[in-house]
Every structure is written in structure tokens, then in C-alpha cells.
Design a protein around this ligand. Structure first.
Ligand SMILES: *[C@@H]1O[C@H](CO)[C@@H](O)[C@H](O)[C@H]1NC(C)=O
Ligand SMILES: *[C@@H]1O[C@H](CO)[C@@H](O)[C@H](O)[C@H]1NC(C)=O
Ligand SMILES: *[C@@H]1O[C@H](CO)[C@@H](O)[C@H](O)[C@H]1NC(C)=O
Length: 360
């Protein structure tokens, strides 16, 4: 056969059937097994996944670029790898557009040997609006399509820390919970809408966080549909003024109807926080009301900052609730942001963060 023909044949073969990227073909088989307890993590890219505690992981939502090596490795550990799904809701009010979106995602998941999808739509929605109904339909139809086309696959949906129209996300939480396999509750960014004094506060205060779960459960949502998501990051706020009592007033940055917001701060990784706390002005402080650690530091220009974050002590107070209330599992945003360098102190801190997912 001539050269051109050979090229054509190869192209057809590559496009027609999806080539398994794994060393062993069985690693391309989708994970079907259901496990009682979910450890659901988000991976945002890079190779830190090599250092995760794979004895715990059940699902990896890949928010970075597709990484075939990660897929093969996760499958070798019996862990699911799921797509990210996001779309402007105004587009999918139209049934044809909605079906096209779902079909595209199912085909993408299949072609990459993936095990489901995590739908991450954080848009503001008015109760009863066309988008409100379209979103519920999207979740139900996506779940039906994935379950039909990829048996045993998992469809999850990300929700705010409370069902009470947080950030104007007034969704039909009950119907959405019934329509998918699980809700990942994002118990963080809880200062996105500050209505009282504009001051730095904890990213995810313990009582407020647990109250959010009480609210979901009071809607009669099955606890086995709820995965508790904890933050592995914190917020660094430049203080306009740091009072004698240690209260840091922050810039007024409005968000979705509230006069100020955590948008006045910058998100910082646990890795950064752990190095910064040791050279801070205050060292690690503990707020006994919000049950969260924080510290103050001065930057090179002399500006004072207050940093609020979560560590094993604050996280385990929240994850204790998972067992006592029979939730489906735990997870975090995001798995990449610990210090995986393997250096002695870092290694210990990283291990303690993974272990805190199981309470104290
Ligand atoms: C369908 O989706 C496309 C984007 O994929 C968008 O531009 C278009 O406006 C949508 N059509 C309708 C009727 O919503
Ligand atoms: C700033 O903090 C100082 C010291 O606690 C306090 O006396 C002062 O009233 C504060 N200023 C503002 C604008 O809040
Ligand atoms: C920070 O300080 C703590 C307590 O003194 C110490 O155990 C730890 O090794 C220090 N961390 C780093 C990264 O130096």
C-alpha cells in the first residue's frame, strides 16, 4: 500500500476506536463498584496526585487538563475519575441544546475511559425561573444518560454550604439531590456575603458549617447523598486596621447583593500558610467562637494581614459530623495544595490533613 493510503488507514483507526492509554487494557475499564464511604477529591492539575493517600481515595474530579497517567493510576487503585461539567444556564434552557451538551459529555467521558461527571454550576438562579427548572432537568437527564451509557458511573453536583440561596443560588436542592448520585457540599467561602461588620473571619466556621448540613437534612435529603467538602486553603486579608482586640477590618468588596465579601482577601494554599505562620507576628491563634486558626503578619511594605484557614484541629471538628450523621463521605478543595515535598515537617503536616478527614 502506498504512503498516503497508510496515513489514511491509521487516521481512521485512531479516530474510530479510542486507544487505551494504560499499560494494561483492563485499567481502561470503568469502575463500577460502589463503596460505602466516599473520599471525593478535586485535582486541578500537575503531578501531585502521585503523593495522595490512595488507600482512601474513591473519586477524583479532574478540573485540570486530562491526564491519562492519572486515569490509569486511579483505576489501578479502584478509584473513579470524573469529568468537570459547567455550562451557562441560559444555554441549556433549550431542550435541544441541553441534550447536545449531555451527549457531548457522555461521549467525552467514554472516549477518555472515565467514570462519571461532577457538575459544577455556581451561577445565580431565581426560584421558579426557566433556569431553575432547566438546571434540575440538566442534572436528571445527565444522570440518566451517564447511568445508561456508562453502567456504574457516578454523577455528582456541587452545592453551597447551605441550601438557603447562598450567593443567590436558589436551586431546587431536593429535586437535584434525588436526581443524581451525590451532592458535594462546598463548606467553604462562607464569608462570600458579609452583611454585618466588614471584618476578616473564618472561611468555614464550625457551627455555621454544621448548621448548613442540618438545613440540608431538614429538607429530608438522604444523608447518604451528602459528601462534606472541607477547605484545604484559607484567606489572606490585608487589614485596613487591626484593632487592639485583634479585629482586622477589610475593604468593602460587594458580592451578589452583600456590601462586603471574602473577595477582599486572597485564597492561599495550606502549603503557603504553613510556611507563613512560623514567620508571622502572632504565631497560630485560635478563635474559640468560630473554632478556627488564624494569624497576623506584616508584609514587606509594612502592611498588616490577617490569615484565616483550616487545619487538622478545625477540620476534624467538622468531619466528626460525617460519621455521627451517616453522611456519604468527605472531600476537599483541593487535593493538590498540601506540601508533598516529602520533607520531614511537611510530610507530617500533610499526613495529618488527610487523616483529619476522618474526624478526631
Ligand atoms: C445553544 O448553545 C449555544 C452555545 O453552545 C448558544 O450560543 C445558543 O444561544 C444556545 N441556544 C439557545 C436557544 O439557548
Ligand atoms: C483602629 O484601631 C485602633 C486600635 O484598636 C482604634 O483605636 C481605632 O478606632 C480603629 N480605627 C478604625 C477606623 O476602626
Ligand atoms: C513551624 O513551627 C513549628 C512549631 O515551632 C515547628 O514544629 C515546625 O517545624 C515549623 N515549620 C516549618 C516549616 O519550619
Amino acid at each position: 500500500m502506498n504512503w498516503l493510503f497508510a496515513v489514511l488507514v491509521t487516521t481512521v483507526a485512531v479516530c474510530g476506536a479510542n486507544i487505551c492509554p494504560c499499560e494494561r487494557a483492563e485499567l481502561c475499564e470503568q469502575i463500577r463498584q460502589q463503596r460505602d464511604f466516599e473520599v471525593f477529591l478535586f485535582d486541578v492539575g500537575s503531578k501531585t496526585w502521585e503523593f495522595y493517600d490512595w488507600s482512601m481515595v474513591t473519586t477524583v474530579a479532574t478540573f485540570g487538563k486530562y491526564d491519562a497517567e492519572l486515569l490509569c493510576f486511579a483505576h489501578s487503585k479502584g478509584a473513579r475519575v470524573v469529568l468537570k461539567g459547567d455550562v451557562p444556564l441560559s444555554y441549556i434552557v433549550d431542550q435541544e441544546n441541553r441534550t447536545a451538551w449531555i451527549t457531548e459529555k457522555v461521549n467525552l467521558a467514554k472516549s477518555q475511559f472515565m467514570d462519571g461527571i461532577n457538575i459544577d454550576i455556581e451561577q445565580a438562579v431565581d426560584q421558579g425561573s426557566p433556569e431553575f427548572h432547566a438546571l434540575t432537568d440538566l442534572v436528571r437527564e445527565t444522570t440518566e444518560a451517564f447511568h445508561r451509557e456508562i453502567p456504574g458511573s457516578q454523577v455528582s453536583f456541587d452545592v453551597a454550604w447551605s441550601p438557603n440561596c447562598i450567593d443567590k443560588r436558589c436551586y431546587d436542592y431536593v429535586a437535584i439531590a434525588e436526581s443524581c448520585d451525590l451532592l458535594f457540599v462546598m463548606s467553604y467561602d462562607e464569608q462570600s456575603q458579609i452583611t454585618g461588620d466588614c471584618i476578616a473571619m473564618a472561611n468555614a466556621p464550625v457551627a455555621q458549617t454544621l448548621n448548613g448540613y442540618d438545613q440540608y437534612l431538614s429538607l429530608k435529603i438522604d444523608p447518604k447523598k451528602l459528601v462534606m467538602g472541607v477547605p484545604w486553603y484559607g484567606y489572606d486579608y490585608p487589614c485596613l486596621n487591626l484593632s487592639q482586640e485583634g479585629i482586622c477590618s477589610i475593604d468593602k468588596v460587594p458580592f451578589r447583593g452583600a456590601p462586603c465579601s471574602d473577595a477582599a482577601g486572597k485564597q492561599k494554599t495550606y502549603k503557603w500558610i504553613m510556611t507563613q505562620v512560623n514567620s508571622s507576628l502572632s504565631g497560630r491563634l485560635w478563635d474559640s467562637e468560630q473554632k478556627a486558626p488564624y494569624f497576623n503578619y506584616k508584609d514587606q511594605s509594612g502592611q498588616i494581614h490577617q490569615v484565616w484557614y483550616d487545619d487538622p484541629q478545625s477540620i476534624c471538628l467538622k468531619t466528626n459530623y460525617v460519621k455521627s450523621n451517616g453522611l456519604r463521605g468527605v472531600g476537599m478543595w483541593n487535593a493538590n495544595i498540601l506540601d508533598y515535598s516529602g520533607e520531614t515537617v511537611a510530610k507530617q503536616q500533610t499526613e495529618m490533613m488527610w487523616n483529619a478527614l476522618f474526624g478526631c
